[in-house]
Write a protein that binds this ligand. Structure first.
Ligand SMILES: *[C@@H]1O[C@H](CO)[C@@H](O)[C@H](O)[C@H]1NC(C)=O
Ligand SMILES: *[C@@H]1O[C@H](CO)[C@@H](O)[C@H](O)[C@H]1NC(C)=O
Ligand SMILES: *[C@@H]1O[C@H](CO)[C@@H](O)[C@H](O)[C@H]1NC(C)=O
Ligand SMILES: *[C@@H]1O[C@H](CO)[C@@H](O)[C@H](O)[C@H]1NC(C)=O
Ligand SMILES: *[C@@H]1O[C@H](CO)[C@@H](O)[C@H](O)[C@H]1NC(C)=O
Length: 496
């Protein structure tokens, strides 16, 4: 009061002076399904002035009370199953069961605190391990997750011909060695004849596509691929893609983190970007032919149906046609999975698809509760893509950092070379995901197998495991570890 009297004497307090009222009013978002959580500030003004008085400056203005306001108080936080357990257990937290408005909360055991602030529940439900990290997370690990659902979608030309969206180093800076594109072609639509500076590996996600190409020796190639099949075009090799009758969607992986779908070489632009005189000479035709070519790129555009009989589109010269080890496709959908406890795996690498000389991939199915075992890749970063389900990955980065990221269908993951990691199914459906490496052979170091094949005495002296634990370690690579589909059960039973 002494301070205020001084100000009053100095004429620095407003004439009308009562209890300080909050300048912001908070509207509660009462939506039971979440969305943007209140409080959301709204300014109210009676005078029309946009700026407040200089009397509001610190040291002059009335101070707020130290207690009595309630905007930061969160009553009865609603904790989900596993959230009260020891934070180092790092149980997966299913925030979908958290009840609005008292959950989800960024709390684990004694760690963290409630969140009274502006928030969007959907991010927290999708990323519980970012919002309430396991206690084992530590230090700084560059972001390793990009949802393609946050990428700009570039529509094709013409009527509903398709679209493409991409993940590259611009949105995921840690992803330096590989980039990805998700592309949709409507029935009979084309991805325009084009080529690029990077090599392109593709997995068909839905529908079927006709691919056509030619190499440096004038050997041509045409083939049809369907969901689960793969194509590969080396850097600079020109190609075309046309959706068959049902349309298609496919995933492209490039061997350059800076690849951009906006920067491909296009047939239309090639024609437009040299003098007509040159093209008339090059194509040995009349100059008027050049007046009829499109004056802009077609990119993705509607087309006429490809003939069902592919031989009608088989054009060969003296260079012949490419097939077998020189062919640009692999009918991976026809390869059986290797089934094991907890899931299944199949591998495609240059051992059986030699043209894709540096692309090695695994398609992995994880049953609920199961986990792609802790491992790392010796020479390559890993680019991964989730086709189904929900999962989490913890990346350990030397010397003492780790961070856990959550993934759902359509998300891209990126794991640096040599960094150990696992992929755990955190949902109730099978997880299906793709791992892509820049390597001549798909390989990894299995952490548990390494410990099993290290002299027991060394493991015991280092990690203080009992003889029984060491004897139980697998001398064969397991790839997948089964687990209880109830991911919080371990808090009660102590067993996975
Ligand atoms: C990718 O682009 C960034 C920024 O321009 C550059 O620093 C980096 O060297 C590029 N990486 C490659 C592999 O070209
Ligand atoms: C295309 O024709 C060549 C022979 O010229 C043949 O070897 C090849 O199998 C044909 N490809 C297709 C897809 O029909
Ligand atoms: C093997 O796993 C695949 C993929 O999960 C599944 O579709 C198939 O039915 C399994 N085969 C057997 C014999 O269990
Ligand atoms: C090693 O493990 C035993 C239990 O097997 C425990 O009693 C002991 O404290 C551990 N030693 C260290 C150094 O943590
Ligand atoms: C999982 O296990 C916990 C601990 O036993 C139990 O409280 C919870 O109800 C279980 N959840 C489901 C979905 O069965």
């Amino acid at each position: 009061m002494h301070f205020q009297s001084t100000l009053l004497t100095a004429g620095l307090l407003p004439l009308v002076y009562g209890l300080p009222k909050p300048q912001l009013t908070y509207e509660e978002n009462t939506s039971p399904v979440g969305g943007v959580d209140a409080p959301f500030p709204t300014f109210t003004t009676t005078t029309g002035d946009l700026r407040g008085s200089t009397n509001l400056q610190g040291g002059i203005a009335q101070r707020p009370p130290t207690s009595g306001g309630d905007s930061a108080v969160v009553q009865d936080p609603d904790l989900v199953n596993g959230q009260s357990a020891d934070a180092s257990l790092g149980l997966y937290l299913d925030f979908n069961s958290a009840k609005y408005p008292n959950g989800p909360q960024p709390i684990r055991g004694t760690q963290g605190a409630t969140d009274p602030g502006p928030r969007t529940y959907e991010y927290e439900k999708l990323n519980p391990d970012l919002f309430a990290p396991p206690e084992t997370d530590s230090g700084d690990v560059p972001n390793a997750m990009w949802p393609l659902g946050l990428s700009h979608n570039r529509p094709g030309t013409g009527t509903q011909s398709g679209w493409a969206r991409q993940q590259n180093a611009a949105v995921l800076p840690a992803a330096t060695a590989m980039a990805g594109v998700d592309m949709r072609l409507s029935p009979h639509a084309y991805r325009e004849l084009h080529w690029h500076t990077s090599a392109e590996w593709a997995l068909v996600l839905k529908g079927s596509v006709r691919v056509a190409s030619m190499n440096e020796d004038g050997a041509s190639f045409v083939d049809d691929v369907t969901a689960g099949d793969v194509w590969f075009f080396p850097a600079g090799i020109p190609h075309s893609l046309q959706a068959l009758d049902e349309g298609c969607e496919f995933l492209l992986v490039f061997d350059d983190g800076n690849f951009s779908e906006e920067e491909t070489f296009l047939a239309t632009e090639m024609l437009i970007r040299a003098p007509k005189e040159v093209w008339a000479k090059d194509l040995q035709t009349d100059v008027s032919v050049l007046d009829t070519v499109p004056q802009g790129q077609k990119y993705i555009f509607p087309g006429t149906a490809a003939p069902a009989d592919i031989s009608k589109q088989n054009v060969t010269g003296s260079g012949g046609s490419l097939s077998g080890p020189n062919g640009y496709t692999y009918h991976w959908s026809q390869q059986e999975f290797h089934n094991t406890t907890g899931g299944s795996v199949k591998i495609l690498d240059p051992v059986t698809f030699p043209i894709a000389e540096m692309f090695s991939a695994a398609l992995v199915v994880l049953e609920p509760g199961a986990m792609r075992e802790v491992h790392w890749h010796t020479t390559s970063d890993e680019w991964s893509y989730f086709l189904q389900g929900s999962a989490r990955i913890t990346i350990y980065k030397a010397p003492q950092s780790s961070r856990t990221f959550d993934f759902t269908a359509g998300d891209v993951g990126y794991i640096p070379q040599a960094a150990s990691h696992y992929v755990e199914n955190t949902g109730t459906d099978d997880v299906i995901f793709l791992e892509v490496l820049q390597a001549k052979k798909f390989s990894d170091i299995s952490a548990s197998q390494w410990l099993a094949l290290t002299p027991a005495q060394i493991v015991k002296d280092t990690l203080n495991f009992t003889d029984a634990v060491i004897a139980n370690l697998p001398k064969e690579k397991t790839l997948i570890k089964p687990g209880n589909a109830n991911l919080t059960q371990i808090a009660v039973s102590g067993k996975p």
